[in-house]
Design a protein around this ligand. Structure first.
Ligand code: TLP
Length: 336
């Protein structure tokens, strides 16, 4: 049975064209800094993100962790949303590798509140951990695939800077935010020192993320990437998929957004509470999420349970209009 897999946008298969790009990649040993395809990807990413330099890493988690290590010292505190990825889904790595604690703040739709952020900063005092880093996630995954308004993005980075903290944007799905908002990436990211961007989510590459920022910081980041085991030798095969993704799979994210909107609309028509759909994620409330996952599986649909009463469904490159309709159909028997 072939499933409609809506668990995440990480589940995509490389397209035939992407597979050709991978097969034909010219590669070299990247630990010697000699892989031309990685150099190409890093140059492209730096340019498109409006940063001086970029570094190819195996995962979004490593991109975030290398960024945290670059911006902080052991004993520091970083601030992020309480739904933020480093706080919830990175296996405690910020404590493990950087020795930092995390202060997690609540906020609607996955957004930090600038006033609350400002109020969170404490004076310099031997009692307090230095608060040296603020992480903003755009789109916000747990917030509902939500897109920060530009003024909020700018304001949050200004507040952080005014208290002397560095800023990192977890842009695992930043291209979804760019496409949904119509605001260029360089502008959206302007206030942030570093940015992580995933090639393996909506963009459809099998592996890989990029961290971008000031050149000197990226040179230090290269050392931390090595320390974490992320020096990958002839990884140009993976970077080739990333180059292909940046060239061909950004504009089409609008299709994923349209399909998520159609799916959300269809589920709402069935009477299920659905959070407003902003990008490629649909969060729907059900009476019992584990039972719903089982029911959907039985009808050929894979979904993620994110709480006892909520499911997450994510559209991506391998989801068609017909599969959206099939999914609504599968929910209709659940609702009935
Ligand atoms: N998110 C995954 C799960 O880990 C939850 C998903 O299916 O959404 N930042 C954000 C905002 C993410 O959503 C993710 C992955 C990451 C970082 C980490 O990326 P990877 O999986 O490449 O380490």
């Amino acid at each position: 049975m072939s499933f409609v897999d809506l668990r995440s946008d990480t589940v995509t298969q490389p397209t035939p064209a992407m597979r050709r790009a991978i097969a034909e990649a010219i590669v070299g040993d990247d630990v010697y800094n000699e892989d031309p395809t990685i150099h190409r990807l890093e140059a492209m990413a730096a340019e498109r993100l409006g940063k001086e330099a970029a570094l190819f890493v195996p995962s979004g988690t490593m991109a975030n962790q290398v960024a945290i290590r670059v911006h902080t010292r052991a004993g520091d505190e970083l601030i992020c949303h309480d739904g933020g990825h480093p706080y919830n889904y990175e296996a405690g790595a910020a404590a493990m590798f950087s020795g930092v604690s995390i202060r997690a703040l609540p906020g609607d739709r996955g957004f930090l509140d600038p006033d609350q952020l400002a109020a969170t900063f404490r004076p310099s005092d031997p009692h307090y951990a230095p608060q040296t880093l603020v992480i903003v996630e755009d789109t916000s995954n747990r917030g509902g695939g939500t897109v920060h308004p530009l003024a909020l993005l700018d304001r949050l980075s200004e507040v952080a800077r005014s208290y002397g903290a560095a800023t990192h944007l977890d842009g695992a799905r930043m291209w979804n935010a760019v496409v949904a908002s119509g605001i260029p990436a360089v502008r959206r990211l302007q206030g942030y020192d570093t940015v992580s961007m995933c090639l393996s989510k909506g963009l459809g590459a099998p592996v890989g993320s990029v961290l971008a920022g000031p050149r000197a910081m990226m040179e230090r980041a290269r050392r931390f990437r090595k320390a974490l085991g992320g020096g990958m030798r002839q990884a140009g095969f993976l970077a080739a998929a990333g180059v292909h993704a940046l060239e061909h799979h950004i504009d089409r994210l609008a299709d994923d957004h349209a399909r998520a909107a159609a799916l959300g609309g269809g589920l709402a028509e069935l009477g299920l509470p659905v959070r407003p759909v902003e990008t490629n994620m649909v969060y729907v409330t059900v009476p019992d999420s584990n039972a719903a996952v089982e029911h959907l599986l039985h009808h050929g649909v894979k979904a993620s349970s994110v709480s006892p009463t909520e499911l997450r469904l994510v559209t991506h490159l391998d989801i068609s209009d017909a599969q959206v309709q099939h999914t609504i159909q599968a929910f209709s028997t659940l609702a009935g």
